[in-house]
Structure formats: C-alpha cells, structure tokens
Design a protein around this ligand. Structure first.
Ligand code: M6R
Length: 363
C-alpha cells in the first residue's frame, strides 16, 4: 500500500527515518556497537587488516562508502568489487579472509556466485541483506539484516540508507575490537543516533527539491561529481537518475574531470556536485568553478552554513551540518528525491523502470 504517496519510491524515501531507527535498534548499547550475530567472528576480527566486499548496483555504492569510512579511520584495507567482475577473476583469498556480501534482495545471481567462490577458497562470508531467509543469508556464515521492511520500488532507496548505516556500525565494531576507539568514535555513535531526527527535518524540504528537479527534467545528460565520501554518493545519484528518468547520467571523482570528462560539459550538460563543506571542499570548489566556466549549470548538494553555495551554483540543496564521515548517509535522500521528481515530472513511473527487475536472479 502506498499510504497516500504517489509512488512506492517516495513512500520508501519517507520511511528512511524509521529504517535508521530499525537498523540501529539493539545494535548500540552504552555508546558501543553490539552485534550478537557476529559473536563467532570476534577473534578473527581482532587481527584483521583486509576485507573484501562484493555487491552490485546500489549495494556496491554502499560498499564503497564502507571502504572510505573504514580505510580513513583504521589500518584495514577494504577492497570493494562488483560481483559480476569478482566472480570471473582469479581470486587470492586465504582461509582467514572475511568477505562481506551485500544484497538487498539476497537473490542477486552474481553476488551469490561470488559468495560460493569465496567459500570455496575458504573465506568466511558475512551477508548484509534485507530479506530474512534469502539465498544469500542461507549460504553465508553470518548474516546481518537491514530490518528495513519490504522495498517494493525497483529503485533501491531505504535499503541503501540502511546498508550504509549498518556498514558503518560494522566498521565501528571492527575498530573497537581492534582497539581503535576514541572521542571521534563516540561522536560518530552519538550523531548516528540523532540521524533519524535529522532525516525527518530534511524531508520537510521536499518541495524545494521538487522545484529544483522540475527545472532539469528536459536535459539529456547529467554529470555527477564528488570527492572522498562524496564520490560514492555521486555514483549513486547518477544511477538513480538514469534508472528511473532515463536521462544519461555519468559520475566521476571531481579530480578526474580534467582527465577527459570535462570535454563534454556545456550549457546542455549540467553538473550535480556532491560537495559538503568537508576537508576536500576547496578542491571540489575549484572543479565546480571549472565546470561553470564551460557554462554548465550547477546543482550543488552541500551543507547548511556553506556560505559560498549560492556563488558557486545555480541551485542548491542543503543538508544539515555534520561531520565529514556522515555525509554519505545524510545526502542520500537528496539524490534520491532529485531523481524521483525528475522522473515524476517526466510522467514516468519510478517504481517500474523499463527493462529492470527488482531482483536480478540471472547473470
Ligand atoms: O538486491 P541487490 O542489492 O543485490 O540488488 C543489486 C542491484 O540490482 C540493485 O541495487 C539495483 O542497482 C537497483 N535497482 C538500484 O536502484
């Protein structure tokens, strides 16, 4: 039931504050992360310095956010790979390795085959899925559930927010087990707990995002850019837009622009810049200025209090001010709503995009 929403996609975006609560419930106690499900893995995690992650589509973008987070805050090396590539490459997993397989549906054929391959090599597999009893959960050694409730729309939305949040909790748990824990980690837990409320507040500004999206519906191309934590968000923004609006959208790390993609930009090729005022903002800002000098229109997704926003961009979407690591979670509803309203303005049904299925059970 759409509960009064025009589409499941919109309803599911509005469920995100609730999903944030569900995914954290029982998993944060006294300022620390608890995963009863992972008791048997604790010893292994103590000395871990490498994790492999496999996933497809949106789930792969969640894997990338995990990589940036854990690598920036610890000495653990994270190799995130698209399942359909992983499964056909020679792998060098060792019996002590841990592989995380992420799949909302738990039925994605390439991810399941990757899990089978990893297990044949003796690795331990931790599944992250939304579907209880899914093939992925049955075939993995450990399972962490998203508890996001059924996701009906083909476009993954609430599951993505839940995946990043769960992966952040897992990363924090790994760090705690490895003895890496200080005020920074305490602050992250504290902010994560406040996230549902921040999301509620953000969702009050949907009309603003709707108005901005309406201005861009007739463009044929879009370039998403971001750096650091903003890069996976840019990739996901472009995927959402092309998947439901059929507008060609591409995403690049902002620093790559000069290596080719900037040649495409012009008045008919707008840029969606994911650029919170984090430690990389001055770098991304230079890239935005370069895009503007090619007369590309700019939609800037940044945080409140960024005083340069309106100088840099034609349109600005603000999220709450936060710490660098949390912007991938905070910025997600903005990219989803932007894509949703572009599709809706074009008269398309974002719940059932052409040529796509909710679960990709064949390779
Ligand atoms: O169920 P999964 O998470 O394994 O699905 C992976 C992709 O097929 C999925 O994320 C797809 O990219 C979505 N339609 C994106 O919105």
């Amino acid at each position: 039931q759409k509960s009064g929403f025009k589409h499941f996609m919109l309803k599911e975006i509005f469920e995100e504050p609730m999903c944030l609560v569900s995914v954290m419930t029982g998993r944060i106690k006294n300022g620390k992360v608890h995963f009863e499900e992972l008791e048997g893995l604790k010893e292994r995690l103590k000395n871990i310095n490498f994790v492999k992650v496999v996933a497809c589509g949106t789930s792969y973008h969640a894997a990338l956010s995990f990589k940036y987070f854990l690598e920036n805050l610890s000495d653990v090396n994270v190799d995130a790979e698209i399942s359909s590539e992983f499964r056909y490459k020679r792998q060098h997993l060792k019996p002590n390795d841990v592989v995380i397989a992420i799949s909302q549906s738990g039925e994605t054929a390439d991810t399941l085959e990757s899990v089978r391959l990893a297990k044949r090599q003796g690795a331990t597999v931790v599944a992250i899925t939304n579907v209880v009893g899914s093939t992925l959960s049955r075939e993995s050694d450990f399972t962490l559930y998203l508890n996001a409730g059924p996701e009906i729309s083909v476009a993954a939305t609430k599951s993505y927010v839940s995946q990043i949040t769960l992966l952040y909790l897992l990363a924090l748990k790994i760090m705690e087990i490895k003895g890496i824990w200080d005020e920074k980690h305490e602050g992250l837990i504290d902010r994560l707990l406040r996230m549902p409320e921040i999301f509620e507040k953000f969702l009050d500004q949907v009309d603003n995002i709707h108005q901005i999206a309406a201005k861009y519906k007739d463009f044929k191309h879009f370039m998403y850019i971001g750096r650091g934590y903003g890069y996976p968000t840019a990739l996901e923004g472009a995927l959402k837009l092309k998947e439901i609006s059929y507008i060609h959208a591409t995403a690049y790390p902002a620093g790559e622009l000069k290596h080719g993609p900037i040649a495409m930009l012009g008045p008919d090729f707008p840029v969606f810049a994911v650029a919170p005022n984090d430690f990389l903002f001055s770098k991304t800002k230079s890239n935005i200025i370069e895009c503007r000098s090619r007369k590309a229109r700019i939609v800037l997704l940044t945080n409140e209090g960024n005083e340069e926003a309106f100088e840099l961009a034609d349109d600005v979407i603000f999220v709450s001010n936060s710490i660098d690591e949390l912007y991938p979670i905070l910025m997600t509803p903005a990219i989803q709503l932007f894509a949703y309203y572009v599709a809706d303005e074009l008269g398309l049904d974002p719940d059932k995009p052409r040529n796509l299925a909710k679960s990709v059970t064949v390779e």
